[in-house]
Design a protein around this ligand. Structure first.
Ligand code: FAD
Length: 422
Protein backbone atom coordinates (compact mmCIF):
# COMPACT_ATOMS: atom_id res chain seq x y z
CA UNK A 1 0.00 0.00 0.00
CA UNK A 2 1.45 3.41 -0.92
CA UNK A 3 1.83 6.20 1.66
CA UNK A 4 -0.92 8.21 -0.08
CA UNK A 5 -3.33 5.29 -0.02
CA UNK A 6 -2.56 4.68 3.66
CA UNK A 7 -3.23 8.27 4.64
CA UNK A 8 -6.44 8.57 2.64
CA UNK A 9 -7.69 5.35 4.23
CA UNK A 10 -6.85 6.78 7.67
CA UNK A 11 -8.61 10.05 6.77
CA UNK A 12 -11.63 8.09 5.70
CA UNK A 13 -11.66 6.09 8.94
CA UNK A 14 -11.20 9.19 11.05
CA UNK A 15 -13.93 10.95 9.14
CA UNK A 16 -16.29 8.00 9.55
CA UNK A 17 -15.60 7.63 13.25
CA UNK A 18 -15.85 11.34 13.98
CA UNK A 19 -18.94 11.65 11.85
CA UNK A 20 -20.60 8.76 13.62
CA UNK A 21 -19.57 9.99 17.05
CA UNK A 22 -21.10 13.34 16.13
CA UNK A 23 -24.39 11.55 15.63
CA UNK A 24 -24.09 9.86 18.98
CA UNK A 25 -23.70 6.40 17.44
CA UNK A 26 -21.75 4.04 19.66
CA UNK A 27 -18.60 2.70 17.99
CA UNK A 28 -15.87 0.99 20.00
CA UNK A 29 -12.56 2.82 19.92
CA UNK A 30 -9.84 0.99 18.04
CA UNK A 31 -7.80 0.47 21.23
CA UNK A 32 -10.67 -1.36 22.97
CA UNK A 33 -10.16 -5.11 23.02
CA UNK A 34 -12.99 -7.34 24.10
CA UNK A 35 -12.51 -10.86 25.31
CA UNK A 36 -14.41 -13.43 23.30
CA UNK A 37 -17.18 -14.93 25.42
CA UNK A 38 -16.77 -18.50 26.57
CA UNK A 39 -18.79 -20.76 24.25
CA UNK A 40 -22.22 -21.64 25.66
CA UNK A 41 -21.79 -19.24 28.56
CA UNK A 42 -25.14 -17.86 29.76
CA UNK A 43 -23.48 -14.76 31.25
CA UNK A 44 -24.25 -11.48 29.46
CA UNK A 45 -21.28 -9.89 27.69
CA UNK A 46 -22.81 -6.46 28.11
CA UNK A 47 -24.64 -5.09 31.13
CA UNK A 48 -25.99 -1.60 30.97
CA UNK A 49 -28.51 0.70 32.64
CA UNK A 50 -30.82 3.06 30.81
CA UNK A 51 -33.90 5.07 31.70
CA UNK A 52 -36.01 3.75 28.85
CA UNK A 53 -35.77 0.56 26.81
CA UNK A 54 -37.75 0.62 23.57
CA UNK A 55 -38.34 -2.81 22.07
CA UNK A 56 -39.11 -2.74 18.34
CA UNK A 57 -37.78 0.03 16.11
CA UNK A 58 -40.70 0.13 13.69
CA UNK A 59 -43.24 2.78 12.79
CA UNK A 60 -44.12 3.60 16.41
CA UNK A 61 -40.93 2.52 18.21
CA UNK A 62 -38.59 4.79 16.28
CA UNK A 63 -40.70 7.82 17.18
CA UNK A 64 -41.05 6.68 20.82
CA UNK A 65 -37.28 6.38 21.14
CA UNK A 66 -36.58 9.78 19.56
CA UNK A 67 -39.16 11.47 21.78
CA UNK A 68 -37.80 9.84 24.95
CA UNK A 69 -34.23 10.75 23.94
CA UNK A 70 -35.15 14.35 23.15
CA UNK A 71 -36.82 14.58 26.56
CA UNK A 72 -33.46 13.82 28.17
CA UNK A 73 -33.87 10.11 28.94
CA UNK A 74 -31.07 7.65 28.22
CA UNK A 75 -32.60 5.29 25.66
CA UNK A 76 -31.71 1.91 24.18
CA UNK A 77 -33.70 0.79 21.13
CA UNK A 78 -33.60 -2.95 20.48
CA UNK A 79 -34.72 -4.04 17.01
CA UNK A 80 -34.56 -7.64 15.85
CA UNK A 81 -34.26 -6.73 12.18
CA UNK A 82 -31.55 -4.83 10.31
CA UNK A 83 -33.06 -1.36 10.04
CA UNK A 84 -35.57 1.04 11.53
CA UNK A 85 -39.09 1.56 10.20
CA UNK A 86 -40.65 -1.91 10.56
CA UNK A 87 -43.67 -2.32 8.33
CA UNK A 88 -42.88 1.00 6.62
CA UNK A 89 -39.43 -0.09 5.47
CA UNK A 90 -38.83 -3.81 5.89
CA UNK A 91 -42.46 -4.43 4.94
CA UNK A 92 -42.31 -1.76 2.22
CA UNK A 93 -45.61 -0.08 3.17
CA UNK A 94 -44.14 3.38 2.70
CA UNK A 95 -47.25 5.49 2.36
CA UNK A 96 -48.15 6.67 5.85
CA UNK A 97 -51.62 7.92 6.55
CA UNK A 98 -53.44 9.81 7.69
CA UNK A 99 -52.02 13.00 9.12
CA UNK A 100 -55.11 15.01 8.19
CA UNK A 101 -58.86 14.88 8.62
CA UNK A 102 -61.58 17.04 7.15
CA UNK A 103 -59.31 19.73 5.78
CA UNK A 104 -56.84 20.14 8.67
CA UNK A 105 -53.76 18.41 10.02
CA UNK A 106 -54.61 16.35 13.11
CA UNK A 107 -51.31 14.45 13.59
CA UNK A 108 -47.91 16.15 13.48
CA UNK A 109 -44.89 15.93 15.81
CA UNK A 110 -41.80 13.80 15.32
CA UNK A 111 -43.43 11.31 12.91
CA UNK A 112 -44.53 14.12 10.63
CA UNK A 113 -41.10 15.78 10.90
CA UNK A 114 -39.49 12.54 9.70
CA UNK A 115 -41.97 11.95 6.88
CA UNK A 116 -41.83 15.57 5.69
CA UNK A 117 -38.04 15.62 5.73
CA UNK A 118 -37.76 12.39 3.79
CA UNK A 119 -40.24 13.55 1.13
CA UNK A 120 -38.42 16.88 0.76
CA UNK A 121 -34.99 15.24 0.52
CA UNK A 122 -36.40 12.85 -2.05
CA UNK A 123 -37.79 15.69 -4.17
CA UNK A 124 -41.38 14.51 -3.68
CA UNK A 125 -44.53 16.49 -3.00
CA UNK A 126 -46.63 16.63 0.13
CA UNK A 127 -50.42 16.47 -0.01
CA UNK A 128 -52.43 19.63 0.55
CA UNK A 129 -54.17 18.92 3.83
CA UNK A 130 -56.55 21.87 3.44
CA UNK A 131 -58.35 19.89 0.75
CA UNK A 132 -60.60 16.98 1.71
CA UNK A 133 -59.81 14.26 -0.83
CA UNK A 134 -62.50 12.23 -2.57
CA UNK A 135 -60.89 9.01 -1.36
CA UNK A 136 -59.13 8.72 1.99
CA UNK A 137 -55.94 7.22 0.56
CA UNK A 138 -55.31 10.22 -1.67
CA UNK A 139 -53.79 12.09 1.30
CA UNK A 140 -51.42 9.28 2.26
CA UNK A 141 -47.85 10.46 1.88
CA UNK A 142 -45.69 8.58 -0.58
CA UNK A 143 -42.23 8.22 0.97
CA UNK A 144 -38.96 6.61 0.04
CA UNK A 145 -38.63 3.59 2.35
CA UNK A 146 -34.83 3.54 2.15
CA UNK A 147 -34.48 7.21 2.99
CA UNK A 148 -36.99 6.88 5.81
CA UNK A 149 -34.86 4.20 7.46
CA UNK A 150 -31.65 6.23 7.17
CA UNK A 151 -33.18 9.49 8.38
CA UNK A 152 -34.73 7.63 11.31
CA UNK A 153 -31.27 6.40 12.31
CA UNK A 154 -29.89 9.92 12.04
CA UNK A 155 -32.65 11.34 14.22
CA UNK A 156 -32.12 8.59 16.80
CA UNK A 157 -28.40 9.38 16.84
CA UNK A 158 -29.04 13.08 17.34
CA UNK A 159 -31.48 12.31 20.18
CA UNK A 160 -28.79 10.18 21.87
CA UNK A 161 -30.68 6.91 21.28
CA UNK A 162 -28.46 3.84 21.18
CA UNK A 163 -29.57 1.29 18.61
CA UNK A 164 -29.05 -2.47 18.97
CA UNK A 165 -29.98 -4.35 15.79
CA UNK A 166 -30.47 -8.11 15.52
CA UNK A 167 -31.42 -8.36 19.19
CA UNK A 168 -34.61 -9.18 21.03
CA UNK A 169 -35.59 -9.70 24.65
CA UNK A 170 -35.57 -13.25 25.90
CA UNK A 171 -36.49 -12.71 29.55
CA UNK A 172 -37.96 -9.80 31.47
CA UNK A 173 -37.80 -9.64 35.26
CA UNK A 174 -39.28 -7.05 37.61
CA UNK A 175 -36.80 -5.20 39.86
CA UNK A 176 -37.44 -2.74 42.68
CA UNK A 177 -37.22 0.28 40.41
CA UNK A 178 -37.99 -1.12 36.99
CA UNK A 179 -36.88 -4.08 34.91
CA UNK A 180 -34.03 -6.37 34.10
CA UNK A 181 -34.28 -7.39 30.47
CA UNK A 182 -32.06 -10.06 28.97
CA UNK A 183 -31.65 -9.60 25.24
CA UNK A 184 -29.97 -11.91 22.77
CA UNK A 185 -28.60 -11.46 19.30
CA UNK A 186 -26.15 -13.52 17.32
CA UNK A 187 -22.93 -13.45 19.28
CA UNK A 188 -24.46 -11.05 21.80
CA UNK A 189 -26.05 -11.39 25.22
CA UNK A 190 -27.02 -8.06 26.71
CA UNK A 191 -28.51 -7.41 30.14
CA UNK A 192 -30.43 -4.13 30.35
CA UNK A 193 -31.52 -2.59 33.61
CA UNK A 194 -34.14 0.03 32.85
CA UNK A 195 -36.80 2.08 34.57
CA UNK A 196 -39.39 1.92 31.81
CA UNK A 197 -40.11 -0.36 28.85
CA UNK A 198 -41.94 0.73 25.72
CA UNK A 199 -43.20 -2.28 23.79
CA UNK A 200 -43.47 -1.34 20.10
CA UNK A 201 -43.11 -4.82 18.66
CA UNK A 202 -46.40 -4.71 16.75
CA UNK A 203 -47.57 -7.89 18.51
CA UNK A 204 -47.00 -6.80 22.14
CA UNK A 205 -44.23 -9.34 22.54
CA UNK A 206 -42.84 -7.97 25.81
CA UNK A 207 -46.36 -7.97 27.22
CA UNK A 208 -46.54 -11.62 26.13
CA UNK A 209 -43.21 -12.45 27.81
CA UNK A 210 -44.64 -11.02 31.03
CA UNK A 211 -47.73 -13.23 30.70
CA UNK A 212 -50.00 -10.20 30.76
CA UNK A 213 -53.27 -10.66 28.84
CA UNK A 214 -53.27 -10.11 25.09
CA UNK A 215 -56.18 -10.23 22.66
CA UNK A 216 -56.34 -11.97 19.32
CA UNK A 217 -59.05 -13.47 17.17
CA UNK A 218 -58.79 -16.93 15.67
CA UNK A 219 -59.15 -15.35 12.23
CA UNK A 220 -56.64 -12.70 11.21
CA UNK A 221 -56.57 -10.25 8.33
CA UNK A 222 -54.29 -11.46 5.55
CA UNK A 223 -50.70 -10.26 5.50
CA UNK A 224 -49.16 -9.00 2.25
CA UNK A 225 -45.92 -9.32 0.32
CA UNK A 226 -44.96 -6.15 -1.52
CA UNK A 227 -43.02 -6.36 -4.76
CA UNK A 228 -42.44 -4.62 -8.08
CA UNK A 229 -42.93 -6.30 -11.38
CA UNK A 230 -42.28 -5.21 -14.93
CA UNK A 231 -44.97 -6.84 -17.02
CA UNK A 232 -43.82 -8.23 -20.38
CA UNK A 233 -46.50 -6.30 -22.29
CA UNK A 234 -45.89 -3.05 -20.36
CA UNK A 235 -42.08 -2.75 -20.09
CA UNK A 236 -40.82 0.07 -17.90
CA UNK A 237 -44.11 0.36 -15.97
CA UNK A 238 -42.88 -0.86 -12.63
CA UNK A 239 -45.72 -0.93 -10.16
CA UNK A 240 -45.93 -1.80 -6.51
CA UNK A 241 -47.98 -4.95 -6.14
CA UNK A 242 -49.32 -6.45 -2.94
CA UNK A 243 -49.99 -10.13 -2.75
CA UNK A 244 -52.23 -11.35 0.06
CA UNK A 245 -50.70 -14.01 2.30
CA UNK A 246 -53.78 -15.59 3.83
CA UNK A 247 -53.43 -16.94 7.34
CA UNK A 248 -50.18 -14.98 7.85
CA UNK A 249 -49.30 -15.19 11.52
CA UNK A 250 -46.54 -13.11 13.13
CA UNK A 251 -46.59 -14.98 16.45
CA UNK A 252 -43.14 -16.55 16.25
CA UNK A 253 -40.21 -17.31 13.93
CA UNK A 254 -41.85 -20.54 12.73
CA UNK A 255 -45.13 -18.92 11.69
CA UNK A 256 -43.30 -15.99 10.08
CA UNK A 257 -41.11 -18.45 8.16
CA UNK A 258 -44.26 -20.17 6.86
CA UNK A 259 -45.77 -16.84 5.78
CA UNK A 260 -42.56 -15.88 3.94
CA UNK A 261 -42.24 -19.24 2.19
CA UNK A 262 -45.91 -19.25 1.15
CA UNK A 263 -45.81 -15.64 -0.04
CA UNK A 264 -42.64 -16.03 -2.11
CA UNK A 265 -43.90 -19.24 -3.70
CA UNK A 266 -47.14 -17.51 -4.73
CA UNK A 267 -45.12 -14.71 -6.33
CA UNK A 268 -43.10 -17.25 -8.26
CA UNK A 269 -46.28 -18.91 -9.51
CA UNK A 270 -47.67 -15.54 -10.54
CA UNK A 271 -44.49 -14.56 -12.38
CA UNK A 272 -44.56 -17.82 -14.32
CA UNK A 273 -48.20 -17.27 -15.28
CA UNK A 274 -47.96 -13.58 -16.12
CA UNK A 275 -44.48 -13.68 -17.59
CA UNK A 276 -43.35 -10.58 -15.73
CA UNK A 277 -39.90 -9.61 -14.49
CA UNK A 278 -39.47 -9.34 -10.75
CA UNK A 279 -37.79 -5.97 -10.14
CA UNK A 280 -38.01 -5.69 -6.37
CA UNK A 281 -39.24 -7.84 -3.49
CA UNK A 282 -39.46 -6.80 0.15
CA UNK A 283 -37.52 -9.14 2.46
CA UNK A 284 -40.52 -10.32 4.45
CA UNK A 285 -44.30 -10.50 4.70
CA UNK A 286 -45.95 -7.53 6.33
CA UNK A 287 -48.62 -8.34 8.89
CA UNK A 288 -51.82 -6.39 9.36
CA UNK A 289 -52.97 -7.98 12.56
CA UNK A 290 -51.70 -9.99 15.51
CA UNK A 291 -51.92 -9.51 19.28
CA UNK A 292 -53.34 -6.41 20.90
CA UNK A 293 -53.00 -5.61 24.56
CA UNK A 294 -55.80 -5.63 27.03
CA UNK A 295 -55.26 -2.16 28.38
CA UNK A 296 -56.59 -0.04 31.19
CA UNK A 297 -59.05 1.22 28.55
CA UNK A 298 -60.16 -0.71 25.47
CA UNK A 299 -61.13 1.39 22.44
CA UNK A 300 -64.30 -0.05 20.91
CA UNK A 301 -65.39 0.46 17.33
CA UNK A 302 -68.20 2.60 18.72
CA UNK A 303 -65.67 4.85 20.53
CA UNK A 304 -63.65 5.01 17.33
CA UNK A 305 -66.48 5.67 14.89
CA UNK A 306 -68.16 8.24 17.13
CA UNK A 307 -64.87 10.10 17.66
CA UNK A 308 -65.09 9.75 21.45
CA UNK A 309 -62.95 12.38 23.11
CA UNK A 310 -61.30 10.43 25.94
CA UNK A 311 -60.43 12.40 29.12
CA UNK A 312 -56.86 11.18 28.89
CA UNK A 313 -56.53 11.51 25.09
CA UNK A 314 -52.91 11.89 24.00
CA UNK A 315 -53.32 11.95 20.21
CA UNK A 316 -55.71 11.66 17.32
CA UNK A 317 -56.12 8.77 14.92
CA UNK A 318 -57.79 8.93 11.54
CA UNK A 319 -58.62 6.27 8.96
CA UNK A 320 -61.71 4.36 7.84
CA UNK A 321 -62.56 1.11 9.58
CA UNK A 322 -60.52 -1.07 7.24
CA UNK A 323 -60.82 -4.80 7.81
CA UNK A 324 -59.27 -6.98 5.10
CA UNK A 325 -60.81 -10.40 4.55
CA UNK A 326 -60.32 -13.25 2.08
CA UNK A 327 -62.43 -11.26 -0.36
CA UNK A 328 -60.54 -7.97 -0.04
CA UNK A 329 -61.51 -4.83 1.83
CA UNK A 330 -64.42 -2.42 1.87
CA UNK A 331 -63.28 0.57 3.94
CA UNK A 332 -66.01 2.19 6.01
CA UNK A 333 -65.23 5.89 6.08
CA UNK A 334 -65.78 7.87 9.25
CA UNK A 335 -68.69 10.32 9.25
CA UNK A 336 -67.83 13.93 8.33
CA UNK A 337 -66.21 15.84 11.19
CA UNK A 338 -65.37 12.69 13.21
CA UNK A 339 -61.78 12.43 14.43
CA UNK A 340 -61.09 9.53 16.85
CA UNK A 341 -58.73 9.97 19.80
CA UNK A 342 -56.38 7.59 21.62
CA UNK A 343 -56.38 7.59 25.43
CA UNK A 344 -53.19 7.06 27.42
CA UNK A 345 -54.91 4.19 29.21
CA UNK A 346 -55.21 2.24 25.92
CA UNK A 347 -51.40 2.17 25.82
CA UNK A 348 -51.04 0.73 29.34
CA UNK A 349 -51.34 -3.04 29.80
CA UNK A 350 -53.97 -3.65 32.47
CA UNK A 351 -52.53 -3.81 35.96
CA UNK A 352 -48.94 -3.14 34.85
CA UNK A 353 -46.40 -0.59 36.05
CA UNK A 354 -43.42 0.90 34.22
CA UNK A 355 -44.62 -0.54 30.93
CA UNK A 356 -46.33 1.11 27.98
CA UNK A 357 -47.04 0.04 24.40
CA UNK A 358 -47.48 1.93 21.15
CA UNK A 359 -48.48 1.01 17.62
CA UNK A 360 -50.91 -1.47 16.23
CA UNK A 361 -51.03 -3.50 19.45
CA UNK A 362 -52.98 -0.65 21.13
CA UNK A 363 -55.81 -1.88 23.35
CA UNK A 364 -58.82 -1.95 21.04
CA UNK A 365 -61.42 -4.29 19.63
CA UNK A 366 -60.77 -5.80 16.23
CA UNK A 367 -62.79 -3.33 14.16
CA UNK A 368 -61.46 -0.27 15.98
CA UNK A 369 -57.96 -1.68 15.53
CA UNK A 370 -58.45 -1.98 11.77
CA UNK A 371 -58.57 1.82 11.67
CA UNK A 372 -56.18 2.62 14.53
CA UNK A 373 -53.32 0.54 13.13
CA UNK A 374 -52.28 2.97 10.37
CA UNK A 375 -48.90 4.62 10.37
CA UNK A 376 -49.59 8.26 11.27
CA UNK A 377 -51.64 7.06 14.25
CA UNK A 378 -48.91 4.58 15.26
CA UNK A 379 -46.32 7.38 15.12
CA UNK A 380 -48.50 9.65 17.25
CA UNK A 381 -48.98 6.85 19.80
CA UNK A 382 -45.22 6.24 19.74
CA UNK A 383 -44.49 9.86 20.52
CA UNK A 384 -47.03 9.86 23.37
CA UNK A 385 -45.54 6.66 24.83
CA UNK A 386 -42.01 8.08 24.55
CA UNK A 387 -43.06 11.25 26.39
CA UNK A 388 -44.92 9.38 29.14
CA UNK A 389 -42.08 6.90 29.69
CA UNK A 390 -39.38 9.61 29.78
CA UNK A 391 -41.34 11.68 32.30
CA UNK A 392 -42.08 8.61 34.43
CA UNK A 393 -38.39 7.62 34.43
CA UNK A 394 -37.41 11.13 35.47
CA UNK A 395 -39.90 11.32 38.34
CA UNK A 396 -39.60 7.72 39.49
CA UNK A 397 -43.26 7.01 38.80
CA UNK A 398 -45.18 4.99 36.22
CA UNK A 399 -46.64 6.51 33.02
CA UNK A 400 -50.18 6.56 34.45
CA UNK A 401 -49.03 8.61 37.46
CA UNK A 402 -47.41 11.34 35.39
CA UNK A 403 -49.73 14.37 35.34
CA UNK A 404 -51.42 14.39 31.93
CA UNK A 405 -50.65 18.09 31.50
CA UNK A 406 -46.92 17.34 31.70
CA UNK A 407 -47.24 14.74 28.96
CA UNK A 408 -49.27 17.13 26.80
CA UNK A 409 -46.82 19.99 27.34
CA UNK A 410 -43.84 17.84 26.43
CA UNK A 411 -45.59 16.55 23.32
CA UNK A 412 -46.51 20.07 22.22
CA UNK A 413 -42.89 21.17 22.68
CA UNK A 414 -42.00 18.50 20.15
CA UNK A 415 -44.62 19.56 17.64
CA UNK A 416 -47.43 17.12 18.42
CA UNK A 417 -51.11 18.03 18.15
CA UNK A 418 -53.12 17.19 21.26
CA UNK A 419 -56.87 16.55 20.81
CA UNK A 420 -58.61 19.80 21.62
CA UNK A 421 -55.70 21.86 20.25
CA UNK A 422 -56.84 21.65 16.65
C1 FAD B 1 -49.93 -4.79 3.69
C2 FAD B 1 -50.19 -3.65 4.60
C3 FAD B 1 -50.67 -2.47 4.06
C4 FAD B 1 -50.88 -1.36 4.88
N1 FAD B 1 -51.27 -0.18 4.33
C5 FAD B 1 -51.21 0.95 5.05
C6 FAD B 1 -51.36 2.20 4.45
O1 FAD B 1 -51.65 2.29 3.26
N2 FAD B 1 -51.19 3.32 5.21
C7 FAD B 1 -50.89 3.23 6.54
O2 FAD B 1 -50.72 4.26 7.17
N3 FAD B 1 -50.77 2.05 7.16
C8 FAD B 1 -50.91 0.91 6.44
N4 FAD B 1 -50.74 -0.31 7.04
C9 FAD B 1 -50.66 -0.42 8.51
C10 FAD B 1 -49.33 -0.04 9.09
O3 FAD B 1 -48.30 -0.18 8.15
C11 FAD B 1 -48.95 -0.87 10.33
O4 FAD B 1 -50.08 -1.19 11.11
C12 FAD B 1 -47.99 -0.06 11.19
O5 FAD B 1 -46.85 0.26 10.40
C13 FAD B 1 -47.59 -0.85 12.42
O6 FAD B 1 -46.64 -0.11 13.15
P1 FAD B 1 -46.01 -0.72 14.48
O7 FAD B 1 -44.99 0.25 14.94
O8 FAD B 1 -47.08 -1.14 15.40
O9 FAD B 1 -45.31 -2.06 13.99
P2 FAD B 1 -44.10 -2.24 12.97
O10 FAD B 1 -43.91 -1.05 12.10
O11 FAD B 1 -44.34 -3.54 12.30
O12 FAD B 1 -42.84 -2.33 13.92
C14 FAD B 1 -42.60 -3.39 14.79
C15 FAD B 1 -41.08 -3.52 14.91
O13 FAD B 1 -40.75 -4.32 16.00
C16 FAD B 1 -39.74 -5.24 15.64
N5 FAD B 1 -39.89 -6.37 16.54
C17 FAD B 1 -40.93 -7.22 16.63
N6 FAD B 1 -40.74 -8.08 17.63
C18 FAD B 1 -39.56 -7.75 18.21
C19 FAD B 1 -38.83 -8.27 19.31
N7 FAD B 1 -39.29 -9.29 20.03
N8 FAD B 1 -37.65 -7.69 19.63
C20 FAD B 1 -37.15 -6.66 18.90
N9 FAD B 1 -37.81 -6.14 17.83
C21 FAD B 1 -39.01 -6.67 17.51
C22 FAD B 1 -40.02 -5.55 14.18
O14 FAD B 1 -38.89 -6.04 13.53
C23 FAD B 1 -40.45 -4.17 13.68
O15 FAD B 1 -39.35 -3.39 13.26
C24 FAD B 1 -50.60 -1.46 6.26
C25 FAD B 1 -50.13 -2.65 6.80
C26 FAD B 1 -49.93 -3.74 5.99
C27 FAD B 1 -49.38 -4.99 6.58
Amino acid sequence: MTKKMKSSRRDFLQHSLLGSAGLGLGIASTSEVQAAPAPNSAEPEITQSVDVLVVGGGTAGTIAAIQAGRAGASVLLVERNSQLGGTMTTGGVAYPGLFDAWGRQVIAGIGWELVKESVELDGGTLPDFSKVPQRHYQNQVFTNQFLHAILAEEKCGKAGVQIAYYEFPQAVTKTTDGWQVDCVGFGTRRRVNCKQIIDCTGGAEVVGLLDLPRLREEERQPGSFLFMMDKAHEPGRNQIHRLYVHGADSTNSRTVTTANLTGRQSILTMLREKKGRLMHLQPETSFRESYRIQGETLITVNDYSSGKKFDDAVCHAFYPVDLHTKNGVKPQPLKPGIVPTVPLRALIPKGSRNLIVAGRCVSSDRLANSGLRVQASCMAMGQAAGAAAALAAKSGTTPLEVPLKEIHDLLRTHGAIIPGDA
